[in-house]
Design a protein around this ligand. Sequence first.
Ligand SMILES: [Mg+2]
Length: 381
Amino acid sequence: MKITDVEVIQFRTTTRGHPTKWGYGVWGDEVESIGSITKISTDEGINGHMLGGDKATMEGVIKPLILGENPLHREQIWHWMDQMSTFSHRPSEGEMGIADCALWDLLGNKAGVPVYQLLGGARDKVRAYASTFPNLGGPEVYAEHAKACKAKGYKAYKVHAYICWNPHTEEPAPQLPGFPKEDVEVCKAVRDAVGDDMVLMLDPFGVYTLDEAIWVGRELEKLDYYWLEHPMIETRVEAYRRLTREVDIAICSPEHVPGGVFSRAEWILQGASDMMRIDIFYGGITGCWKLINLCQAYGIQCELHGTGAPHVHLACAAPEATCRYYERGLLRPGVDYEQPSPELKTITDPIDSEGNVIVSQKPGLGIEYDWDYIEANRIDT
Ligand SMILES: [Mg+2]
């Protein structure tokens, strides 16, 4: 089997996420945007797809690297991409991750087996937490939203409070200084609203100093929160070591550290956090799976960051003791998460009434693309 083409299909779609000058997005009116799908083709007519992909990188860097290669030698291709990414940043870890996901989809399509079973197959569903958009409003808005999520069956809820946003002026703001007191007020209101039996987490997205993170961690312990995620900028490893030593609540990081499984292996040795965190934009399914198994060997959790089919498959390939939750969202009042985006026929993370996300039993990643929509809105370049 040989790879005959790597292509990025681009199409018109819409978004309501708007970047600010601080580099962080805010919610707004629907505007047109460009979506993309990476497609890897073979001489056997079996293809692999993954949502996303930068055309210049995929077709200019990854295609020349893997054209003519056997797509079933993912491990070899992964190491080639990782070496190039490390010294030249081309491809980025994110682009490398998307290509790796498309190769897993390709393998699944050839074998007629879903990716989670190719990896191992531990379960067919994973408990979800409702993960909020940041900057929803005052504590009462979060409290009502958390109650609504609980009524839908969610057993866990994660607060993104005030991120790159000043809750007093209600305007975008730099990442630091954050608003730890205001964040804790949101967390208190949510705990009061949902009662004692809902699992709660806070993700402040790196907006605190070490002192603030220690203070927030101790406040969250009083409120029986399950984890404090990514509380400080994650290049400060020693600050994370001190924080993890200082508080009892589990610290879940690093989410945005380059180096994928390799830098996270160092965090484990350093005791810089209690639970690991990674996503496919740091090395794809192959990189995430290496970290999940490393975490299993050390008896710690690896909680996957963000949504999408690859993360459902990775979580369902691992036992609950290693990957406890799937992050579902981001959710906000008045927006129907159950509606697929126009390029998809179905959402990739359907949920049952008990708050569990169900993994697809279709071959590969099981993403159901709406090719009629994509072709009708395709951008020829
Ligand atoms: Mg996060």
